[in-house]
Every structure is written in C-alpha cells, then in structure tokens.
Unconditional design. Sequence first.
Length: 581
Amino acid sequence: MDGKISFPKSLQARLILMNASKDDLDKLTKNLQKQVSNSITRNKDFFRKFADDVYIVSGGFKEYILPVVSKFGIKDKNVFGNKLVTNKGGRITGFDKNNLLSKPNGKIKQLRELNLGGDLYVIGDGYTDYELKKAGIAYKFFAFTENIERVSVTKNADYIAPSFDEFLYTSHLPMSISYPKNRFKVLLLENIHSAAKKIFKEEGYTVEEYKYALDENNLMEKIKDVSILGIRSKTQITGKVLSKAKKLTSIGAFCIGTNHIDIQAAALKGIPVFNAPFSNTRSVVELAIGEIIFLLRKIADKSKMLHQGIWDKSSERSYEVRGKKLGIIGYGKIGSQLSVLAEDLGMDVYYYDIIEKLSLGNAKRCNTLKELLNKADIVTVHVDGRKENVNFISDKEFKMMKDGTIFLNLSRGFIADIKSLAKNILSGKINGAAVDVFPVEPESNNKNFVTELQGLPNVILTPHIGGSTEEAQENIANFVPDKIISFINSGNSFFSVNFPNIQLPALVNAHRLIHIHENVPGILAKINGVLAKRKINIIGQYLKTTDDIGYVITDISKKYNPDVINELKHISHTIRFRVLY
C-alpha cells in the first residue's frame, strides 16, 4: 500500500495471508459491512443519488467488495476489482492474472480502458490511488485518512480528506451534515482523562491536548482556530481570551465549578459552557469522610512522628466520629451526599444553606450560619464560587465555632481566609483542618506552592484533588463531551450553565435553524416574518431566554430558498446563527 513492492506480489501475499476458502467469504463480508468508515455510512444518500457517477476501482477482490458497496446503491457495473480463483474443493488458490487490476499499474490501465468522460476525482488511501493523478488520469486526488494515514500518499495528494464529509464539502457536493466534523478542532488542557479524547476522535473531530493549563496570552493565541475547548479548574477563560475565539462553539469545564470562566461573556458570544455537576461528587464526599476520621484521630501527625522514629501511642484528644456533630455549609449535591454517609457512620448532621433544601435522613436544618457554627464539632464547607462567597469563613465565623472545632474546605480556595485559619489553628481554637483548595494555585505540577498552613499541627493539605479519582475523571470525561456533541449535532443546550436549557426531539426530515440573539423583544417575530415571506413551513419551534440571550430553534421543511439563511443571519441583535442538516 506504500508502493514499496509491485502490486502483483502484494496481491499474492494477501492470498497467502488469507489462507481462505470460498466458504470464508460470507463471514468476511459480514465483518467488512460493520467496518465501513463512519463518514461513508453517514453519506449513504449521496451514493444512492449519484450512483451513475460513482465507481469503485480496487486492487482487492470483487467477491467481498461488491456485497459491501451494493448496500450503498453502487451499481454492479461500476465496481471493478480482482477475481479469485478456487480449486474443486473451494480453496482459494490464486487470482485471475488476465484481469487488468492484477497487473502493475492496473488501476491506470483499467481507467484508461473505461475512458470515462468529465473530470475524474479519485479518493483513496493507497499509493496506487495517487498514481492515477501522477499518470494524468485523475483531475484531483484526495488522500482519505479516516482509517489510516500513509505519508507516501498524503504528501502527494491535492487534498487530505480526514473524512468523506471533507471531500463533499470541499467539492461543494451535498452532504448529510452541515459541516465536516474533522474541521472541528478540539483543544483539551490540564491532563483531561483520555476517555474525552477518544469520544471526540470517534465523533470525527481533530483533537490537540496538553497536560497543563495555558496562561492568558498563550491561550489567546491558541484559541483562534479552536471549535471546542476543554479545561479543568486552573485555566482562566476571560473576556480577553473569548475575544480571540472566532470559531469557538462551546466550552467544556471538566469539573464542577465554572467561576474561572466568564460565562456571561461566553453567552453573549453564543458559546455555551457545559460542566459536570454530578460526576465527581462521590469522590469529594469520600475524601471529606476520610479526612474527618484522620483529623479526629490526628493520624497525619502520628504518622509524621513515626516516620521520624518517635513512638507516641497516646489517645489524648483522639476521638471517634460516632456521636460527633457534623455541620455542613452548603447542602447541594456534595453536601447532601456527605450528609447521608456521615449519618451512616453515626454522626449527628446539621446543615445550613441560603436556599430551602429538603433534608435527607435525620439531618437537621439550621436557620442561620451562626446556629450551625455554635453547634458543630466539625465544620465542612461545600458552597459555590459566586463572588459573595469570598472570605465566607474568616475571623468572625471562626470566633462563632466551638473551641477545638475541626474545619474542612473542599469547595473553593477563596471561601476561607487562610491567614485567619492559620491564626486560629495556632491558638488552638481550631483543633485540625483539611484544605484541598487555595486562593492561588500553581498552573502545573512542576511549580512551587507556598501557604501559611504548611507545617501546622493536625493539618491535611491536598493539591485540589477532591474530584481526582480515576472513576470521577472518567465519569466527567464521558459526561461533558456527550453534552457538547449533542449541542453541536442537534442544538440541545440541556445542562449548559450559561444558556437557556432546551432539550430537543430528534431532527427528522427537516433542517434545523439555530438562532442565538441578544434578549430583546421582537426577535422571534422577525424570524417568523422572514420564513413567512419566503413561504417556508415551520415543522417545530422552540424558544427559551436568559437575562442576556435568547435561543430559538426552528425546524423547517427540506425545501427552502438559500437566501433565507442570509436574511436570518442579518436580523438585528443576532449573535450567532447556524443550520443543521
């Protein structure tokens, strides 16, 4: 296939490798039918519509090629391949050596004999396909790389087609989707789990990944041709970054929080942000439970002393969790799940939340933060990243706590005043602390980290690993790409944190028009006015708004004047418009 040996030798070698009989062909055919390239299968209608102009010219054997391609409506008379020779027992012993395609330059000879009129476009992944262009028979040669990429082929191609969609798009031919998937460039930062890359690549997207975050300047440069951006918690998506994101269709936050993303600026550019609100809750809860036990038993300090050769078998100020009062600040997905597990361990659970939340099990709701802080033996914080929560726990709140309280922060770095926490640990007011998040965190693992909490007694410091388990990261890596792909393919915005949430039915026999606009009165009327003027039938329509933007999805009949697209794009206050086939 690389052109390094003659084709007849290659053909004979294939037969030796096959070591097959005629009875094996059915099994082979069924297997091959399952392995047709995704973009070929997706464009089955194209082959049926242009059956007269599609030819299969292959060095492979017609006996197994024809049953596969006939499913696509390709005519028998347009399929050319080698023919097998069998003995009386049905064993494959060779090939028809009189067939033009079995000879050196066989494809060239076959096409010359066919003498097809018009411009000939050749699509293939082998060196013999390129030779058709070299011989002057093909008008253009497209190196097809969806399954395999050979340098000897791609370096000589007029175009590289990572998918059949790319060939159709470049050639201005009808296709089943509105835009080649390989043109969607995905940028994954911060060592996102490999499952995400696999999902995006299987969808046909081009993926580039880095194990670290990028600073603002580097990201501004990198994001210019990116369609989908995937980040974790360290990458800052500012308005300046978004101003350079001309092709960006969506952002995936492979974490729970989104306070490091300017979600309003993204919405105003028509870019939905998707996160993973449920995928790592169990991991965070398990870490909290483990740290509560460690802190009550002073395990970290005892372990450190024993590493230093000091044997301190003392029970002083070492406690069981059973019967202790756990105070949970923030009773959302993590807080409520922690509540259930803590109660199973025999703890008395109290919680405080600014929103009325139904308690689980025997957990008791506190009406004020002060009430909770006065009661709890252990205080753990699980609130979101809104600006109002900066220094949510500082000197005032520490004073309200019992003497000897255990304190945990596994939510946001700016929630607790670190200097105040350090002071209260040194004074003995706080008997132990576990902190997983910090106001300023290194961009990568090779950067130094400094905090006032280092070296303090009965303090567990972890590098923002609350959700960093293999299970959680794999769950997130499956969840976020699924939502992004659904948005791109169907317009579904469900689970977006900054877009009107719309869950749409499947698109059947229609075009879907996606219109994102500033939330001002009258846009829907203008959209429908354009469609009515062009006498275009609306099959279904969906509208939802936020304070900033409106999101309209309109399904229309297949027949429409292309000029309508231009009119819809130029409706005043339009942010972004696209068509789904």
